[in-house]
Design a protein around this ligand. Structure first.
Ligand code: TYM
Length: 385
């Protein structure tokens, strides 16, 4: 990593594409290459753009998981979100891919909402507010279209009795020096956060088959530790599918922060807010004047709007290519590109807004009494060895 770059689940600092390459070596993961994409496509026919455009760029063992799948062994999906403030569009990335994989592979999905994590990390101070927020975020996630009978969404503080039956074993098998080396804990870290590591590992033991975990690469450290202890407890090593980070509004490799509205689009933003934020804050690869832009053209490689379209919001490859060409040759202005991006993001969020009522009415199935959820309220960890 470059000197200043840092990636732990609580601090993410990526400076350029080289840092992503270095993370592959540092974490010992594999690149998602065309061979793997072809292998996935054999089962799915098409590829989600998050895979096709390689925003999910690294993985552990997903090729092995697919080999077993071909022999008739199913896998399950697991991911999560730690409520802290409002959710932004970056937070949706792992859930979008998870939903697609559920549909294509007919897999069970487990979604953890650890309401204690950001409180113990001292990222938020009002625990009661966070707990309330967890239900709202559960609805946002459900509204992406997960199957209510094959998806279990749980809030840690509610489901803790079940989680604890496994945490007892997990916490015994990880010592402080290992956790410190992996997560960078210091003398200032709360003891809550140190124990929390075991709670994020537990759901990888919900079934006997392979756990597959789509998430941002910052979350990989948990699952590296899981792989050290899984077989010892008689379970399978976790497979991860890892994404890069969506840039914030302020420019390439900047962060999205829900507490600073000038850095991101929130799931709750209406069309007017989306438009205003993009017009005002989105870092542009365009020229300083319209005249110069028409003469010299813009640079889509550093343009936040173009980046967002490429990552998620413009699914049509032909249209994306056309936008790129027109931006480079100056016939598409920054204003027009921003306007188009605002429309596309709004189109995407409109689907969520429309589904929220359905999600609200069906939340009980996801959390308590759907087919998978009702089974999971009776789940108890059984060490196999
Ligand atoms: P959290 O709530 O910080 O983030 C939720 C998920 O969103 C990813 N993410 C992003 N992805 C792309 N671009 C961004 N700008 C961006 N910002 C955040 C994160 O990598 C994460 O996958 N500890 C977890 C919650 C958790 C979890 C899990 C995550 C519990 N169990 C299992 C993954 C798998 C957390 O704080 O996520």
């Amino acid at each position: 990593m470059s000197k200043k770059s840092k990636v732990t689940p609580w601090e993410v600092e990526i400076k350029d594409e080289n840092d992503y390459e270095r993370l592959i070596e540092l974490f010992g993961v594999s690149k998602i290459d065309d061979n793997l994409l072809e292998k996935i496509k054999k089962h799915t026919n098409d590829l989600h753009i998050l895979l096709k455009r390689k925003f999910f760029y690294a993985h552990r063992d997903f090729d092995k998981v697919l080999d077993s799948f071909e022999k008739g062994e199913k896998f399950f999906l697991y991911t999560g979100r730690a409520p802290s403030g409002k959710m932004h569009i970056g937070h949706l990335i792992p859930f979008i891919l998870t939903k697609w994989l559920q549909e294509k592979f007919d897999a069970n999905v487990y979604i953890q909402l650890p309401d204690e994590e950001k409180f113990w990390a001292k990222k938020v101070n009002d625990y009661e507010k966070i707990k309330e927020l967890a239900y709202y975020e559960a609805k946002i996630i459900a509204s992406l279209g997960f199957d209510p009978n094959k998806t279990f969404i749980f809030i840690n503080s509610e489901y803790i009795k079940n989680l604890y039956s496994a945490a007892i074993y997990v916490a015994r098998n990880i010592n402080f020096s290992t956790a410190k080396a992996v997560f960078g804990f210091t003398g200032e870290t709360t003891i809550g956060l140190i124990f929390y590591v075991s709670l994020q590992i537990v759901p990888t033991f919900f079934e006997n088959s392979y756990p597959v975990i789509p998430c941002g690469i910052d979350q990989d450290p948990y699952f590296r530790l899981q792989r050290d202890i899984a077989e010892k407890l008689g379970y399978k090593k976790a497979s991860t599918i890892l994404s890069k980070f969506v840039w914030g509004l302020k420019g390439p490799y900047t962060k999205m922060s829900a507490s600073d509205p000038s850095t991101t689009i929130l799931i709750d933003d209406d069309f007017e807010t989306i438009k205003q934020k993009i017009m005002k804050y989105a870092f542009s690869g365009g020229q300083p004047t319209l005249e110069l832009h028409k003469k010299l053209g813009g640079n889509p490689d550093i343009d936040v709007c173009f980046f967002w379209l490429r990552v998620l919001f413009e699914e049509n490859d032909k249209k994306l290519k056309e936008l790129e060409e027109r931006y480079r040759n100056g016939t598409l202005t920054t204003g027009e590109l921003k306007e188009y991006t605002a429309l596309k993001i709004n189109e995407f969020l409109e689907k969520i807004r429309k589904n929220m009522k359905w999600a609200e009415n069906n939340l009980h199935k996801f959390m308590y009494d759907g087919k998978l959820a009702s089974k999971m309220w009776n789940w108890k960890f059984e060490p196999k060895v």
